[in-house]
Write a protein that binds this ligand. Structure first.
Ligand code: NAD
Length: 549
């Protein structure tokens, strides 16, 4: 069954309160054709990250949210509503657990068996927890990452540098714009023309080349002229990267955002785009072997660029792990992006804070942008981002904004937004959430917790504590997922979303959630022995029992 889903707009409720209208609109927004990669299959982004298990589950969740009371909580088990329980007004209105498996069973074949039997779904991070806001969500993180690359290697700007990467999907589509926002030139390999076209249509990508020769000509000219430009070339990364290396193209930065975390979502070299999904479904084991062999070739070329002096990093898609399984032994010669660039931010409780205007009115986001600039006048990189985002980001679905804020900042922003709803400066409530890729909400040894100072990479108590803390603090919906970002067996993570409806009760909840949620990031990094985090805790008064003098 195919149908078009779009969130309601405006300030009139279709549910009984904003606390239930908000998850309802955000679930629907996740499946808006402007937002979701394959809405007809309920797939939002990231390979097969779904918003609901199937269409009957989607309708049942929508129905329940429409009638749910202020002292009731809806339970969602991997995209299927399984119960409504009596709770209280401080409790979340929705509790979600997605894709979780007992560790010894946590592998793709077992997951797929259960998925095919209709017993689970892949929730990714913000797909199954209803706070995906389109490619902008990742744009800011990608912008931060490339800004950090520029600061580390190229004197603060990517001007005059060429970055080669692949994948123009829901997340990967942010790469070309993040690179040009940092002044650089991007060459992005994508095997599916419709994905490249979509990024062109939404202004995330500047040009699509006719072939590799044309692409190389365009990017080399832009690099010479120090002109920001992004060019997509259609092809398979496992073929194109080795070819670029063979040709000796001068490449400064190399990374990748194909859906390598799921070998069935990575097109092996030699397989036609048209045969991809039938082949993967018919012969998953054979397809997996071929995908891993291709990833080995892909990563071999990346290591070739590393040896030639380029800045090379894994962008959180498990490509190195899969290439290693494909038989390439030097796969881990280059680092993941979190230890390389992001961990110092995590130590300050910083992470991808985001909000969406339930009104659907872009003017509401413009007003919150101004509020952020007023609240943090001394933060120049933040101001630059907010200005550029206002100019260059085309909204997908409900208007939304993201910026990285830390401990002591998120609560201030949230409380200000709540005041703006109360005073009528905003035309309807906003929801405030974040990606699961945050400072204190994820255990993922190939990504967010790679190379922790104390070796605690795989300890997964932290995301569970995070979900419990947000539940205890008054978040409107809370989720615990497995396998997002890097795939089944490789991560456990949690999310929260809180509604700012202008009430005093919402202010109390926002103040606690938006203090305690990033607080988890600070204390997790203090516990792992990071002195920067200990300084933040001491300075801003985060109480940590084992850290007392
Ligand atoms: P997606 O499935 O929407 O897009 C992947 C794209 O890669 C598709 O357009 C596909 O056509 C293309 N592709 C697949 N195989 C290819 C090949 N061999 N050559 C060229 N193109 C190929 O996924 P997405 O949402 O864009 O996510 C990409 C990856 O990044 C995932 O593994 C995801 O888990 C990971 N991820 C990273 C972060 C981060 O912060 N770094 C955050 C979330 C997700």
């Amino acid at each position: 069954m195919t149908e078009v889903v779009r969130a309601a707009r405006g300030s009139t409720l279709t549910a009984r309160s904003w606390a239930t209208e908000a998850p309802l609109r955000m679930l629907h927004n996740n499946l808006d054709p402007e937002v979701a990669e394959r809405p007809e299959d309920l797939v939002v982004y990231g390979g097969t990250g779904r918003a609901a298990r199937d269409w009957p589950s989607f309708h049942a969740i929508s129905r329940e949210l429409t009638t749910l009371g202020g002292d009731e909580t809806l339970l969602v088990q991997s995209g299927r509503p399984v119960g409504v329980l009596r709770t209280h007004e401080w409790a979340p209105r929705v509790l979600i657990a997605n894709s979780n498996l007992v560790p010894d069973w946590a592998n793709w074949p077992e997951f797929r068996r259960l998925e095919a039997a209709g017993l689970t779904m892949y929730g990714q991070m913000t797909a199954g927890s209803w706070i995906y806001i389109g490619t902008q969500g990742i744009l800011q993180g990608t912008y931060e990452t490339f800004a950090a690359v520029a600061a580390k290697r190229f004197g603060g700007s990517l001007a005059g540098t060429l970055t080669v990467t692949a994948g123009l999907g829901g997340m990967g589509g942010a790469q070309p714009l993040a690179i040009t926002m940092n002044g650089g030139v991007a060459l992005v390999v994508e095997c599916d023309p419709s994905r490249a076209q979509r990024r062109l249509d939404t202004r995330y990508l500047d040009e699509i080349a006719t072939d590799l020769d044309d692409a190389v000509r365009r990017v080399e000219a832009a690099r010479r002229e120090r002109r920001a430009l992004s060019v997509a070339v259609l092809g398979n990364a496992a073929d194109v990267l080795p070819e670029l290396l063979r040709r000796g193209v001068a490449v400064d930065v190399v990374t990748d955002q194909t859906s390598a975390h799921d070998p069935l979502a990575y097109l092996p070299s030699g397989v036609d785009l048209a045969d991809w999904h039938d082949y993967a479904a018919a012969k998953p084991a054979e397809f997996t072997d071929r995908a891993r062999e291709s990833m080995a070739e892909h990563v071999r070329a990346m290591v070739g660029f590393l040896d030639a002096g380029a800045e090379v990093f894994d962008y959180g898609n498990s490509l190195r792990g899969e290439a290693q399984l494909g038989g390439y032994e030097r796969a881990f010669d280059f680092p993941g992006f979190v230890p390389a660039y992001i961990r110092p931010l995590f130590c300050q409780g910083k992470g991808p804070f985001r909000w969406a205007a339930l009104s659907g009115d872009p003017a509401d986001i413009a007003a919150t942008d101004r509020a952020i600039l007023e609240l943090f006048p001394d933060n120049e990189p933040l101001a630059r981002w907010i200005r550029l985002a206002g100019e260059r980001v085309a909204f997908q679905g409900l208007p939304a904004r993201i910026c990285w804020l830390g401990y002591g900042e998120r609560d201030r922003a949230g409380l200000r937004f709540n005041e703006m709803v109360a005073s009528g400066e905003l035309s309807a409530p906003v929801v405030i959430g974040r990606d699961h890729l945050d400072c204190g909400s994820v255990a993922s040894p190939y990504r967010e917790t790679e190379g922790m100072a104390d070796g605690s990479d795989a300890i997964a108590d932290w995301p569970l504590l995070n979900a419990m803390v947000n539940t205890a603090s008054g978040a409107t919906w809370v989720s615990i997922h497995h396998g997002g970002g890097v795939g089944i067996g490789r991560s456990i993570h949690a999310g929260q979303v809180t509604v700012a409806d202008g009430t005093e009760l919402a202010a109390h909840k926002i103040e606690r959630v938006l203090t305690n949620d990033p607080g988890m990031g600070v204390l997790r990094h203090v516990d792992a022995g990071y002195p920067e985090a200990a300084e933040v805790a001491a300075e801003r008064g985060v109480r940590i029992p084992m850290n007392q003098p």
